[in-house]
Design a protein around this ligand. Structure first.
Ligand code: UGA
Length: 428
């Protein structure tokens, strides 16, 4: 293997750790930096603070190549390319909070042989403003590259190692060349472009995927009114290769740390620049309403929800993660409690997060314990273990018979055969 250049990764969250472990797999020495001393200590001991399939094994496999430190000087000393993978959470205005990005930028020394490689999702124009800041500080030789990340939680390692594409936005200098070289073993299609366009690719891609989901959710809602089955409709639509089958699963809305934030961020970015992005307003509103539609489904079957016991299966925003950010379960459990219901829930891994975020919700130790005595069960997150549930055992334990499949993940016939009343999303 040709010599691989050492790199720095600032921020050890999902994106940072996966990037670090992924490059270690490609043979790079990686200096991982985080301001959270406790997290760095845990990582040094080999403990992975997040749940991501395959990540712990990969970090363990490459312990010799992965170096953890709270001191950014360690990365600057060993590497010329510093990937920035710090959080950019949404603020009240809908604009992302760039304070962590700014802190990293401000801590950079003047240098003609270092570059920041932006992995964090940032508004279009961030690269230009960072370059302006460097110039004003007399650090104009510090290079800047936008290299947005497209990985999905739960499949992050695979997404890193086999990306659909690598996007590199830069000024056409050594730093962009070096980033292209870093990714070259992956043999992915390369989009080398200017910084603003690279920044926009990321926001536009997430906004488009979110639009696809809200679109199929609205089709599902119309299917309910007209007697069509959205699963059949999506199958028929998806075979048109201009549409494609992915991201056409109707359900109770999208969540996570990215779609809600990035759709709102792009809407605000457009608004701040004087353009009213109408379509994204609808995408956001449809998603908000979609989470609440479960309530009217439950009322249809149960009448008032006061005093009713509702079991939620799954709490994470999607399977194979413990991430609860913007999860549909948050809105759903709050609405149910506001309507007077008692909420019991179970998630295979997100219970620790859930205990902090869901006050008043009783967390059960397994699915059957959660459904025990329930008037209705709502499948919120389509974990495999729920698909494999013994529906007769569920029916025996429940007090009522209603099952709302919020992800259209179950076989209606199997559920009905157990004596339960099945209702999915948009299934006629
Ligand atoms: C998303 C993008 O898919 C990644 O490409 C991107 O890198 C990432 O955001 C990011 O910006 O960091 P992620 O948030 O991990 O990844 O999750 P997805 O698998 O895309 O799912 C997002 C949400 O959409 C979930 O709540 C999921 O349940 C929902 N969804 C997805 C649907 O409701 N229907 C679908 O057909 C697909």
């Amino acid at each position: 293997m040709a010599t691989r250049e050492p790199i720095g990764v600032v921020g050890t969250g999902y994106v940072g750790l996966v990037t670090a472990a992924g490059f270690a797999e490609l043979g790079n020495e990686v200096w991982c930096i985080d301001i959270d001393a406790e997290k760095i200590e845990r990582l040094r001991r080999g403990e992975i603070p997040i749940y991501e399939p395959g990540l712990a094994d990969l970090v363990q496999k490459h312990r010799g190549r992965l170096h953890f430190s709270t001191d950014i000087a360690d990365a600057l000393e060993h590497a010329r390319l510093l990937f920035v993978a710090v959080g950019t959470p949404p603020t009240y205005s809908g604009d992302p909070d760039l304070s962590a990005v700014r802190a990293v930028v401000a801590s950079m020394p003047a240098s003609d042989h270092h570059a920041l490689i932006m992995k964090s999702t940032v508004p279009v124009g961030t690269g230009a403003s960072i370059k302006r800041f460097f110039a004003e500080q007399g650090k104009g030789d510090f290079r800047y590259v936008s290299c947005p990340e497209f990985l999905k939680e739960g499949a992050a390692i695979e997404d890193f190692l086999s990306p659909d594409r690598v996007v590199v936005g830069d000024d056409g200098d050594w730093a962009g060349d070096a980033v292209v070289e870093l990714y070259s073993p992956l043999e992915a299609p390369l989009v080398r472009t200017d910084i603003a366009s690279a920044e926009m690719v990321k926001l536009a891609a997430n906004a488009f995927l979110a639009t696809k989901i809200s679109f199929i959710n609205e089709i599902a809602n119309v299917c309910e009114e007209t007697g069509a089955d959205v699963i059949e409709v999506a199958r028929g639509m998806g075979l048109d290769d201009r549409i494609g089958p992915k991201f056409l699963q109707a359900g109770i809305g999208f969540g996570g740390s990215c779609f809600p934030k990035d759709v709102l961020g792009l809407k605000q970015l457009a608004g701040n620049s004087g353009y009213h992005f109408q379509l994204l307003n609808a995408v956001i509103e449809v998603n908000e309403l979609q989470k609440r539609r479960v309530i009217s489904k439950l009322q249809k079957h149960l009448g008032t929800l006061i005093g009713k016991r509702i079991a939620l299966l799954g709490l994470a925003f999607k399977p194979n993660t413990d991430d609860m950010r913007e999860a549909s379960s948050l809105v759903l459990s709050a609405r149910l409690q506001a309507d007077g219901a008692t909420v019991v829930a179970y998630d295979p891994v997100a219970d620790e997060e859930a205990a902090k975020l869901l006050p008043g919700v009783t967390l059960a130790s397994d699915a059957l314990a959660a459904v025990d005595g329930a008037d209705a069960v709502v499948l919120v997150t389509e974990w495999q273990e729920f698909r494999d549930l013994d529906w007769s055992a569920v029916a025996d334990g429940m007090g009522g018979t209603v099952l709302i499949d919020g992800r259209n993940a179950l076989d209606p016939a199997a559920v009905r055969a157990a004596g339960l009343t099945y209702e999915g999303i948009g299934r006629g």
